[in-house]
Structure formats: C-alpha cells, structure tokens
Ligand binder design. Structure first.
Ligand SMILES: Cc1cc2nc3c(=O)[nH]c(=O)nc-3n(C[C@H](O)[C@H](O)[C@H](O)COP(=O)(O)OP(=O)(O)OC[C@H]3O[C@@H](n4cnc5c(N)ncnc54)[C@H](O)[C@@H]3O)c2cc1C
Ligand code: SF4
Length: 524
C-alpha cells in the first residue's frame, strides 16, 4: 500500500522527498490552491521579457493593493493575490478575519509567500526536544540537494549556525547594507554576531532562465520565480513514477484500524467525498489544519490546544550616513543581513534579527501613514529613505506569548483561535532595542524605540507545538516520529510537534525534522 503525504508545503515535500529517496511510492493529497488564471497570464507575460521591457500596468497588477493585515502590519501578498491564505467556502476556522495566523490551502503552502530566510537551530535552543541536534544534521545536508541558497561572506554566524548549503550563490548587498557591514567589521561586541542573510533563492536562474536582475520586487513575488517555493520541488517530483499528486483534495478525517489508515476527503472541484486507504500517513497540512484534523478525527470537541510562537517585532533603524539615490537603486528587497544576539540579560536563547534596506513595499506602507505629508517632499524622502533600515526581530518561544485553538461544535466543527495577550516578549523586544542603542557608535545609527511594533502571537507565522514530541508522550503529545498514542501509522510532520520554537526561522527546521521522520518511517 502507498504511503500518503498530506499537503505540499515544506513539511510535506521534505517528508515525501525522504520517502521517495528510500524507494517508497507516495501519493500526495493537497488542497492545492493556485494563482488566479488572469494574474498567471500577466505573470507569464512579464516572466518572458527582460526586465527593461516590463509593462508598467502589468507590474501594477502583480503588485496588488497593500492592505493592513492584523494590527498595523501589512499582509504580504503574492503577485498581488491573497491566494496563499485563501480559504474555501466551508472554512475550518471561526473568526478568521481577526486571526493573526492565516493557514494556507495553496500549492506550496506558505512557502509560496514566505521571506525565504533559512537558518538551522542552535543546539542550545532545542534542549527540550526528545533527540539531539546531531540527529537533524544529515537532514539539513540532504535538503540542500534540492534547496537553493543565496549565502556567502561575511558569515560571522557560521560558528553558531552552520550553513549546510552545498553551493551557495550570494545575492549582492544594497549600498545601505554594504555601509552597515563595513561599520560592523570595524568592531562588534562578542554577544552580537552578524552575517549575510541566507535565502532560498535561485540567484543564478532556474531551469536555464534569467538570474536575479535586482529589480527590487521580491516582496511582491519574483517575476522570474527565483524565490524558492516547495511547489518548485513538487513540480520536479511529479515527473517521477513513484509520486502521484492529487490536488484540490481537502482531507477531512483520518481513521486508523489495524495496519491501515483511511483518509476521508472532499474534492474541492466537485464537492464529492472520497476515501483512500494508506499503509502510513504523513500529515504536513500546517499547524492549524493539522490541529483541526487531529481534533476532528478524535471527536475532541471543546479540546484546547496551546500553540507556541516565536514572537516578532519591528524597529525602524536610522543611520547617520546618507546613501543617496536608494529609491532608484537596483537591489533585492528580501532580508539582507542577519544579526544574532546572545545576551543573558535579554534571553538565554538566541534572538534573531533580519535587516532590510529600502523597498517600494516599505515606501508604500509609509505613504499610508501621516509620514506621507513629509515623504511627499522629494528632498525629505531622499534624506529619510537614504538613512532608514527595517529590523525585524524574532524571539524564542520561551520568551514569547502563546495562542490557543479549540475545536467548537457545529455542522462542520471549526477551530477558534485566541491569542494570549499576557506573558513575556514585549520587555525582551524593548531590551533588544536598548541593546542596539548601546551600540549606536558602532552601528552609526539607532533604532527608533517609540516606533516599536510588537506583533500578536501567531502573526510571525513561526508557530507550532500543539502536539509536542516527547520521549514518553501523554495523550495529546507525540513520540519522536510525530505519532500520537493509538496512531502508530499516522505521523505529524509539520511544526505541530515542535516542543519549542527557536527564533532562528522555521522552514529549514520543519524540513529537516520532516525529512528525519520520513527517512526513519520508511524503514518501519
Ligand atoms: C509572509 C510570511 C513570511 C514567512 N517568512 C519565513 C521565512 O523567511 N523563513 C521561514 O523559515 N519561515 C517563514 N515563514 C513561515 C513558513 O512559511 C511556514 O512556517 C511554513 O510554510 C510551514 O510549512 P508547513 O509545510 O508546515 O505548512 P504550510 O506551508 O502551511 O503548507 C500546508 C500545506 O497543506 C495543504 N493543506 C492544508 N490543509 C489541508 C487539508 N485539509 N487537506 C489537504 N491539504 C491541506 C496546503 O494546501 C499546503 O500545501 C513565513 C510565513 C509567511 C506567511
Ligand atoms: S530582485 Fe528579487 S524579484 Fe527581482 S529578480 Fe531578484 S529575486 Fe527576483
């Protein structure tokens, strides 16, 4: 009987790759929403041209309208579309509009719209996991067989967060960041390390297409598809006769009896129900759909599941040196530089900072605030944008608030999400601000402390841990292969099983863990 993998995001695809590498046949069932055909047509037109020939009205379509999401932070779209977060008519969540976390039913999951930042965990940040860091290492290496990386020097992080990438191709720094790096090279305290961002980007091109042209559109979606999504790997996997991909299948319920698992689905095209039989099932549907599926399959109405979060915050950072002409500079607009802070006065874990320089996305967001009255003056805009950077910070889940989800009764039971407004996080974010301020002479700049934006738990999308892995799991916990008691053939392979959430990004660690589970389960 085939192994079944549910989803096509980072967890599912890394697990499926591990199974196929061990000679297994895999059926992938996926909700598999895609970009609307009209936008796809525009994208195809743009992708076929050199960047100098792009039509302004096509680019406007692919940029879309920037809308405030939860709180003051904008929701990142892809090619102007919100399809990565789009729900089907019969949502599995109540109050979704107010939710800080929007699950994905898209092909590639949230990796279709992510920021492409890739870091492993630090061993000290996963001491509560039921296996040692060394167990993840071969899987980091295996993943880089197909995962591209833009990385390179300077890489002051290598000593604490190795880059397992086999053939990194760096993206060029913007001039603003080049200036900051030169200042940091003159001296940086031991408890702040910095390095070039590591990004899942096909810098030199994909499938013989053009490489990065520094068009600055990364945050709207790369016209040449250079920002990695697991949909790319899925496309390659579908060529293998070992892989059967069925899209528009929404998984409704799982039942294990004996050595078989029944998977109940709804076809999202026709509304028809179906049932598949599997020898083993790997659930990589993302933390909220996975919680819904587990609770619903176990009829656990009223059961609350607590999710951990790596909470996130933003500081604008003003530098004294002015870089002229940034609004016209050819640059990329993903994170350019990482800083890792290990300061016991802030946290016993790493705090991860991503630094962005000028982008059209930033300008448009600011033009929706009262700052627009100043920035509409070209001289003021030149002075401001030539000095401002954006620092996006992440905290370990031990220093962050939680949110809970509960399955509520109804025709089709729904998850209700509630963010915990109390707990740690804010004071750590403020301490990070003061720490950077204390280094103002070296950084030749400082964060604007009163402009701190501190996001609700869940808003970082770096969340999980509803069914944490333990050596000896209790009823709602999983074993080190992601299995709940009584379900020895159903493995949860996404971040639902992370006992804690390190600050150092999600996807690489989700993939390594899912690949570890797939590799081990193939031999059971
Ligand atoms: C704007 C943004 C930026 C981010 N930036 C970064 C970053 O820079 N670095 C980083 O590490 N992480 C980042 N993340 C987080 C990262 O994208 C997620 O942690 C990651 O995608 C989760 O992977 P997953 O496979 O568990 O779930 P998902 O990516 O959510 O994939 C879920 C899959 O399951 C399918 N599915 C869901 N429900 C069902 C169902 N009932 N039946 C069948 N199929 C189903 C979906 O179609 C999808 O294919 C970012 C997220 C966002 C939103
Ligand atoms: S700058 Fe960004 S959007 Fe433009 S080609 Fe490079 S990766 Fe793609």
């Amino acid at each position: 009987m085939n192994d079944f993998v549910l989803g096509s995001g980072p967890a599912a695809i890394a697990c499926a790759q591990a199974l196929v590498a061990r000679g297994r046949r895999v059926t992938i069932l996926d909700a598999g929403e895609k970009l609307e055909p009209a936008r796809q047509e525009v994208l195809d037109r743009v992708a076929a041209l050199p960047s100098g020939k792009w039509d302004a009205s096509d680019l406007a379509v692919l940029r879309g309208e920037q809308e405030k999401g939860h709180g003051n932070i904008h929701q990142k779209l892809l090619y102007g579309s919100d399809y990565p977060y789009r729900d089907d008519e019969d949502s599995m969540q109540s109050g979704r509009a107010e939710s800080p976390f929007h699950y994905s039913l898209a092909q590639g999951g949230l990796s279709s719209v992510w920021g492409a930042s890739l870091l492993p965990v630090s061993p000290d940040d996963i001491r509560d996991w039921p296996f040692p860091y060394e167990d993840l290492v071969p899987h980091y290496r295996a993943i880089f067989d197909w995962l591209p990386t833009a990385a390179g020097e300077p890489d002051g992080l290598a000593g604490i967060l190795p880059s397992y990438s086999q053939k990194p191709e760096p993206l060029r720094f913007s001039r603003q960041i080049e200036g900051l790096v030169q200042d940091l090279k003159k001296g940086c305290p031991d408890d702040i390390r910095f390095g070039r961002s590591r990004q899942a980007v096909f810098t030199g091109g994909r499938n013989g297409g053009p490489g990065c042209v520094y068009c600055g559109r990364c945050l709207y979606g790369c016209p040449y598809g250079l920002i990695y999504s697991t949909a790319h790997t899925l496309e390659d996997m579908r060529k293998s006769e070992r892989v059967d991909y069925r899209d528009r299948q929404r998984v409704e319920r799982l039942e294990q009896s004996g050595d078989k698992v029944r998977i109940h689905t709804t076809d999202l095209r026709t509304g028809e129900s179906a049932c598949f039989e599997a020898g083993r099932v790997f659930v990589g549907t993302g933390i909220l759909p996975t919680a819904w599926l587990v609770l619903r399959s176990r009829d656990a109405i009223g059961r609350k599941v607590v999710m951990k979060d790596s909470q996130y915050f933003i500081y604008p950072f003003l530098r004294a040196p002015l870089t002229r002409g940034v609004q016209d500079e050819p640059l990329h607009t993903l994170s350019q530089l990482y800083m890792e802070i290990r300061d016991p006065k802030i946290s016993k874990h790493l705090v991860h900072l991503e630094i962005f320089s000028y982008s059209d996305y930033l300008k448009r967001a600011l033009m929706q605030t009262p700052l627009r009255f100043v920035l509409s003056n070209p001289w003021a805009a030149e002075q401001f944008f030539g000095r401002v950077l954006i620092m996006q910070g992440f905290l370990h889940s031990e220093d962050s608030r939680t949110f809970s989800v509960e399955l509520q009764a109804g025709g089709r039971p729904k998850l209700h999400l509630e963010a915990n407004k109390r707990g740690p996080g804010w004071s750590q974010a403020v301490k990070v601000g003061f720490k950077l301020l204390s280094q103002a002479h070296r950084l030749r700049g400082a964060p604007i402390l009163p402009a701190l934006q501190f996001a609700d738990p869940g808003r970082s999308y770096h969340s999980g841990g509803g069914f944490p892995m333990r050596k000896n799991p209790s009823e709602w916990e999983t074993d080190p292969l992601g299995r709940l008691p009584g379900w020895d053939r159903i493995h949860l392979v996404d971040a639902s099983t992370f006992p804690s959430i390190p600050a150092t990004t999600m996807v690489l660690n989700i993939m390594a863990n899912a690949h570890r589970i797939g590799t081990a389960a193939a031999d059971l």
